[in-house]
Design a protein around this ligand. Structure first.
Ligand code: F6P
Length: 404
C-alpha cells in the first residue's frame, strides 16, 4: 500500500454544525502523524476543478488555529455536485490529474447520503477516500455531525416563539429542515416542549391535530388569569399529507441528486387549521368567553407560520458536535493510514474506532415511530390518534449503543 503523505479535505452537501471541528480533527491528527493536509474547496465542484487551481490552502498549524471549531458552516466550502452527472466524459481522469498535481494521496470527505454515494463512486474509480458522516437531517445509519446543533437551534427557536405566541394568543407553526425524515423536528420539538410535532414518518390527520389544539390551547387560555396562551407546532419540511404526498416547489427542477425543493409545509398546516377554526361554531363562544371576540375583525384565533430555513443549520455548533467532529475527523485519518477506503467513520469510543462500508452507512434511517407513542402518552400530538406504547424490558449489563 503506497504511503499517504498528503490528504485533501472535502465538505459537501448542506453545511451544518461541527464541520469545522471535522476539518480541524483531520488536520491535527494528520499533522501528528507527519502527514500534510490541504483544503479541496467548494465540495465536489472544487474536486472537479482542482486541476485548474494555482495552489491549495495547506492546513498547517497556523492556518488551522484560525478555524473556529464552534462556528457552524465549513471553512472548506460546499456545493451540491454529483460527479457522475457532470457532462464531461473525462471527469474522473481530470479529478485524478488534479489530485496528482497537488500530490494528494487520499481524501477525507464529510457529507450526507448524497456525498456518501459519491464516496462510493470515487472509491470504485480507485481514489482512496474515507467518509465522515455529516448531515443535520440525521438520516444516515450512524450519528452525523450537525444533527445535535440543529436540534438545539430548533429547540431554542420553538421555545422562544412562545413569548410572542402568548402575547397574541396565536397558534404558531414552525417549519424546519430535515428533508425526508423527522429526526430534527421530533427532537427539537420535544426539547422545546411543543404541543404538536409533525414528521414525514406519520401522514397527518388534521382533524386529530385540530382536536388536540382546541383542547390544549382553549383550556390553556381559559385557565390563565390574564387569558393568555399559545399552541406551538413543529412541522418537518417533508410533511406527508394523508395522501402520502410531500409538498414541494414545482417551479424548481430537481437537483443533481434528484431532490425536489421541499417547501410549504408550514403554510399547509396553517391553512388546514384556519379552515377548521372558521367552520367550528364552538370557536365564537370561546372567543367571547375569553374577551377576545371583535365582530368582523377578530373572530377566530390567528394561526401563523414561521420558517427559520437555513438558520437551523447556521451560527454555532453544539459542544457535542464539536466533540464528535473532532474525533471522527481524526479517526478518518487513522482509517486512511490503515488502508481502509470507501468506509464511513461511525464512532470513536474509548480505543475503538467503529466504521462501516459507506454504501451501508448512507441507507436512510427514519424516526422509529414506535418511540413516538411514549411521547403521545405524555401529551404531545403527532398528527395521528395516539397509540399505546408497546414496550419490552431489556436489562442492560455492559455496552450501550447511543443514538440521537
Ligand atoms: O440536507 C440538509 C438540508 O439542510 C435539508 O434539511 C434541506 O432540505 C436542504 O439541506 C436544503 O438545502 P439547500 O441549502 O441546498 O437549499
Amino acid at each position: 500500500m503506497p504511503e499517504i503523505k498528503r490528504i485533501g479535505v472535502i465538505t459537501s452537501g448542506g453545511d451544518c454544525g461541527g464541520l469545522n471541528a471535522v476539518i480541524k480533527g483531520v488536520a491535527r491528527e494528520a499533522y501528528a502523524l507527519g502527514i500534510e493536509s490541504v483544503v479541496v474547496p467548494h465540495g465536489y465542484a472544487g474536486l472537479y476543478n482542482l486541476v485548474k487551481l494555482d495552489d491549495v490552502v495547506f492546513l498547517n498549524a497556523e492556518r488551522v488555529s484560525k478555524i473556529e471549531a464552534s462556528l457552524a458552516g465549513s471553512e472548506a466550502g460546499h456545493s451540491r455536485v454529483k460527479i457522475s452527472k457532470i457532462a464531461d466524459p473525462e471527469k474522473y481522469e481530470r479529478i485524478k490529474e488534479g489530485l496528482r498535481k497537488f500530490k494528494i494521496d487520499a481524501l477525507v470527505i464529510s457529507g450526507g447520503d448524497d456525498t456518501g454515494s459519491v464516496v462510493v463512486d470515487l472509491t470504485q474509480k480507485g481514489i482512496p477516500c474515507v467518509h465522515v458522516p455529516k448531515t443535520m437531517d440525521l438520516d444516515l445509519q450512524p450519528y452525523s455531525v450537525g444533527g445535535d446543533s440543529a436540534i438545539n437551534r430548533i429547540s431554542v427557536f420553538a421555545r422562544d416563539l412562545k413569548t410572542t405566541g402568548m402575547s397574541h394568543n396565536r397558534i404558531l407553526v414552525i417549519e424546519v429542515f430535515g428533508r425526508y425524515v423527522g429526526h430534527t423536528a421530533f427532537r427539537g420539538g420535544v426539547g422545546a416542549e411543543t404541543d404538536c410535532i409533525l414528521i414525514p414518518e406519520i401522514p397527518v390527520d388534521f382533524d386529530v391535530v385540530y382536536d388536540h389544539m382546541k383542547t390544549t390551547f382553549f383550556a390553556r387560555i381559559e385557565r390563565s388569569d390574564v387569558k393568555a396562551g399559545t399552541y406551538i407546532i413543529v412541522v418537518a419540511e417533508g410533511l406527508k399529507q394523508a395522501s402520502g404526498e410531500m409538498l414541494y416547489d414545482e417551479s424548481i427542477p430537481p437537483d443533481a441528486f434528484g431532490h425536489r425543493k421541499l417547501t410549504g409545509a408550514g403554510k399547509y398546516v396553517r391553512q388546514q387549521l384556519e379552515k377548521r377554526l372558521k367552520s367550528d361554531p364552538a370557536v365564537k363562544d370561546f372567543m367571547e368567553r375569553t374577551g377576545m371576540f371583535a365582530p368582523g375583525v377578530y373572530e377566530v384565533p390567528e394561526v401563523r407560520e414561521v420558517t427559520p430555513g437555513h438558520l437551523v443549520r447556521s451560527g454555532h455548533s453544539s459542544a457535542f458536535d464539536v466533540n464528535f467532529g473532532y474525533k471522527v475527523g481524526a479517526a478518518a485519518v487513522l482509517l486512511l493510514k490503515e488502508g481502509k477506503f470507501g468506509v464511513t467513520v461511525v464512532e470513536v469510543e474509548g480505543n475503538h474506532i467503529r466504521y462501516m462500508p459507506t454504501e451501508e452507512a448512507i441507507m436512510r434511517r427514519e424516526v422509529d415511530v414506535r418511540e413516538i407513542a411514549i411521547f403521545e402518552s405524555l401529551g404531545t400530538c403527532f398528527g395521528r390518534q395516539p397509540e399505546k406504547y408497546e414496550y419490552e424490558l431489556i436489562e442492560q449489563r455492559s455496552h450501550i449503543d447511543r443514538h440521537l
